[in-house]
Design a protein around this ligand. Sequence first.
Ligand code: URA
Length: 194
Amino acid sequence: MAHYDWATLYEKLESCTDCGLCKGRTNVVIGVGNPQSKIMLIGEGPGRDEDIQGYPFVGAAGQLLDKMLAAIGLKREQVYICNIVKCRPPQNRVPEADERAACMDYLRQQVALVRPKVIVCLGSTPTRALLGEQMRITRDRGVWQLKKGVWFMPTYHPAALLRDADKKRPAWADFQAIRDKLIELNAYPKTEAD
Ligand code: URA
């Protein structure tokens, strides 16, 4: 894989027509936060608010994500947040295999540029895309997986917590484990500028 710099990545993504999702988009939603963070959080794909504003996790699920980050002492400016697919699937449906595949190289480029030590998979779509189709979020969440020197934590998508309050307690435990892992790896952001 030839490595892009950020400018090239943005240029390629903003003009991308590699899958059908490009037809419905208002904005390509690339990422937000600190591109040098040691922690990356990956969701499924932009929803309506994200498509309009051009940034990931700015709607209701994003507000809950901000609260969960705040609970472990982090602001979104200190982490890097993106999605498996960068364009909104119609009616917020789960992105299809061909759409995920078309976007995967862009995510690989982002990971290569950010070089996180910890990747948080928010929900089933990123968990399966990054850790394997055999993964089941309810069964496998909360368990660390080390892959090519990066620690992966599958946890619930914040939208799932909005639908089912019983998931909040386990998700909270996962975020505590994320904080502990960042501290253990000496990767916990020290200041907002880190
Ligand atoms: N849900 C996601 O998976 N990603 C977003 O950016 C917003 C909602």
